[in-house]
Each structure stands twice: as structure tokens, then as C-alpha cells.
Design a protein around this ligand. Structure first.
Ligand code: S3P
Length: 423
């Protein structure tokens, strides 16, 4: 689906953002590891989470859809050997988490994915899992990967990268391993797995950037998933850069390990208010009001990077509208996402007229620049590049065309409908 994006009217009104993708993956997979029934309310309907749901069905879970927002996962007959290979689609989270769950089972299984996922690095999970005793058959640590039946032993793993996917993979493997499994990372990545596992009564301990787990039986606990701050980010920045905008986004997860974007945008002079803070299913949630603002440049680096890793493409769009030079560093792992997000954003924003340079680990962006638009955007088969380009298009002088905008369905199928609700 190719779309044209025109200069926008001010964004006004209130929207509710769909469910968090990261938390939905965890809710599906951790429920599958209980021997009971779990009701999940407000799950993400993006294609990535649907890949996870389909896989847990193949592993023996029965899914009962109650209505548009609620389903029940019955895990009485899980986890059992799947009859066919497991399709992770475009989802790195599905692949890396499933590697952790499947490597300690008494049956063999096989994971595969789409073209983009088949190029992404899996050594970051295969290597520590092999240290735990897991056995894999693979070609250069890429999908497709065969996972052989093994018994795992806990290890004390110090990760060279901050990664919630690697951490969660090892915690999931550790739930079924002899002894203790520990994971230490250089900076704290998102902690949804820890929070959910803790609520399900597992033997888990968190000390700073180190998490340890012991073999545990998980209690089924009903889960309500809050709205996704990574999806909200596109509308937060749209409201900050489209003149005269004033919007409220309801029910957004503001877990501190995910809310780096709010800290950065506030430091850039963004007019953002956090309202009605509350806790839902062990996660911090709030409503967020955002008004058009005169943004200033920022330096974004170090420990804040894992707290906003998925928001960097859209922060780059905000930086084009901020007075001064924005520098983004320490974000080299962006090159390993659904696309190389550093090169992709540099190319697409340059076409629109931004002053942006790429470095190995980030960007240098000079603002404020007028975006001329009048160009064709390639979203690089990447949902976040597609939505970032869309938001930039809202302030371009002339329309832009975005090719293959359907990639948005990976995380946010409701994106266009919510935009039209605000204009
Ligand atoms: C995710 C962790 C992050 C993030 C991804 C989702 C998760 O990946 O980029 O979109 O749900 O744990 P890394 O752990 O590879 O940084």
C-alpha cells in the first residue's frame, strides 16, 4: 500500500493508544508456561504479537477469544512438541524469547522467519544458551535455526550489550534450568519480563543491572496490557512539531525503563504533562498531554539509549525541528533492527531536506530545518521507519509518497485511523 502524506492541520483531541507490543509478547509466552488459564485484556494485534500467539498455539495452548479486547490462554496441554516448524514472521522478540523457552525442552523444534528477520543476528542468544548446554543447528547464527532437545544448567552471564531480548531469553531458559541463571548488562534494559515473572511468583532477584532466576513454576495471573509508549511516541512528536497541536493520549505505559523519550523531549523543551499516574498489572501507566513546542537540540547517549532504543528514528524527526545540533551516540544496535535504522533514517530524512549526518553509532542533526518534502520514501520493510517518515511528512511543504506503508501493521495496524481521529 503506497500512501501520500500531506502537510497536516493541527492535531487536536484525545486518543487511546493500542496495547504494548513488548508486554503482549511476554503475556502470551509466560501464560503458555503456566499449567493454567490466563485472561489477557487489551493485547496488541500487531503482526509480531500474532506470530507469538500462533506459535504458543502450535506448542499446545488453546486460545479462547472472548471479545474484541480479551482472550484466554489455556496452557494445560503446553508445552509440547510442535507438529511443524515455527514461523516468527518479522519478530525478533518472538525468535529470541522462543529460543530461550525451546532450548531446554525434551523435543526438537525449528524457528524460521521472513527475509528481514533471517538476516538479523541470533548469536547474542545462541552463544549464552550454548553455554547453558543448549544445542542448535544453524548457518552463521541466522534463521532458520533448529533447536535440539537439551537439559540446561544455569550460568552467570555478563552481556556485552544492554538487551531486553537477550535478558528475557536467558530468564525464560533459566526458568527450566538446573541451579541459578544470572544476567548482567552494562545499562538497564526494559524490565517487563522481570515485573511479570515476579507477579507470577517465580524465584527471581534483581540487583541493579543484574537479574537472577531459579527453576520455578509460574502461577497463572490475569494480565491487562497498557498502551504502547513506542506507538504513542509517533503522536507525541507529531503534536510537538505540527503548529497549534494539543492532544491527550490515554493509558500509556510509562515504565521508567521505557520512558527515556519523555525525559529527552522534556529536556528539548517539549510541553508534555504526565497525568493520572497509576499501576496496571505491575506496570506504571499514565495519560499524556502534549502541546506544540519550540524544541531545542539535545545530546542523547549512554544509559538512556536502551530506555528509548525504538524511539530513536522518530526522535531524529523531532531533532530536525529543534534549534541547534542534536547528537545521538551509543546507538549502534539500531543497525541490527528490522532495517539498519541509522542509514535508513539518514537517507529518508535527507530526501525530505533535513540536515542529518550518520555516524557508526548514531546521528548529528542540525535544526531547525524546513522540510521541503516532494519525494518518495522507502520504508525499508520497517514499521518504525514508515511511521517516522509519515510524521515528518506532516510538516513537509509539499506532499511525500511512502511506499509499502503496510509495514506499519507489524506493530500498529490502527495508526492511520488514530491519526485521522486527531485531525
Ligand atoms: C524488545 C527489546 C528491544 C527492542 C525491541 C523489543 C523487547 O530489543 O528494540 O523492539 O520486547 O524486549 P533489544 O533487546 O534487542 O534491544
Amino acid at each position: 500500500m503506497d500512501i501520500t502524506v500531506n502537510k497536516s492541520k493541527p492535531l487536536k483531541g484525545t486518543i487511546e493508544i493500542p496495547a504494548d507490543k513488548s508486554i503482549t509478547h511476554r503475556a502470551f509466552m509466560l501464560s503458555a508456561l503456566t499449567k493454567g488459564s490466563t485472561k489477557i485484556t487489551n493485547y496488541s494485534k500487531g503482526a509480531d504479537c500474532m506470530s507469538t500467539l500462533k506459535i504458543i498455539e502450535q506448542l499446545g495452548c488453546h486460545i479462547n477469544y472472548l471479545n474484541d479486547k480479551e482472550l484466554i490462554i489455556n496452557a494445560k496441554n503446553a508445552i509440547k512438541a510442535p507438529a511443524a516448524a515455527l514461523d516468527c514472521g518479522n519478530s525478533g522478540t518472538t525468535t529470541r524469547f522462543m529460543a530461550g523457552i525451546l532450548s531446554g525442552q525434551n523435543f526438537n523444534s525449528k524457528l524460521f522467519g521472513d527475509e528481514s528477520l533471517s538476516k538479523r543476528p541470533m548469536k547474542r542468544v545462541i552463544h549464552p544458551l550454548e553455554l547453558m548446554g543448549a544445542k542448535f543447528i544453524h548457518n552463521d547464527y541466522k534463521l532458520p535455526i533448529e533447536i535440539c532437545a537439551s537439559q540446561l544448567c544455569g550460568i552467570d552471564y555478563v552481556s556485552p550489550i544492554a538487551s531486553a531480548q537477550v535478558k528475557s531469553c536467558l530468564l525464560l531458559a533459566g526458568l527450566n534450568a538446573q541451579g541459578e541463571t544470572s544476567f548482567t548488562e552494562p545499562y538497564k534494559s526494559r524490565n517487563h519480563t522481570e515485573l511479570m515473572i515476579e507477579n507470577m511468583n517465580a524465584d527471581i532477584k534483581v540487583e541493579g543491572n543484574k537479574v537472577s532466576i531459579r527453576k520455578s513454576i509460574l502461577n497463572p495471573v490475569d494480565i491487562t496490557v497498557c498502551g504502547d509508549i513506542s506507538s504513542a511516541a509517533f503522536f507525541i512528536i507529531a503534536a510537538l512539531i505540527v503548529p497549534n497541536s494539543d492532544i491527550t493520549i490515554k493509558n500509556v505505559g510509562i515504565n521508567p525503563t521505557r520512558s527515556g523519550i519523555i525525559d529527552v523531549l522534556k529536556s528539548m523543551n517539549g510541553d508534555i504533562s504526565i497525568l493520572n499516574e497509576r499501576i496496571i498489572s505491575n506496570e506504571k501507566v499514565a495519560d499524556i498531554n502534549v502541546k506544540y513546542s519550540d524544541l531545542k537540540a539535545a545530546v542523547i547517549q549512554g544509559s538512556i539509549i536502551p530506555r528509548l532504543i525504538d524511539e530513536i528514528p522518530i526522535i531524529a524527526v523531532a531533532a530536525t525541528q529543534a534549534q541547534g545540533t542534536t547528537i545521538i551516540k551509543d546507538a549502534q544496535d539500531l543497525r541490527n533492527k528490522e532495517a539498519d535504522r541509522i542509514t535508513a533514517m539518514r537517507i529518508q530524512l535527507s530526501k525530505m531536506g533535513a540536515d542529518i549526518q550518520e555516524n557508526q553509532d548514531g546521528f548529528i542533526i542540525n535544526g531547525k530545518s524546513e522540510l521541503k518534502g516532494d519525494c518518495e520514501i522507502d520504508c525499508n520493510h520497517d514499521h518504525r521507519i514508515a511511521m517516522s517518515a509519515f510524521v515528518a511528512g506532516l510538516i513537509c511543504k509539499k506532499p511525500i509518497k511512502i511506499n509499502q506503508f503496510q509495514w506499519v501493521n507489524i506493530s500498529f495496524p490502527e495508526f492511520l485511523e488514530l491519526y485521522s481521529n486527531l485531525t
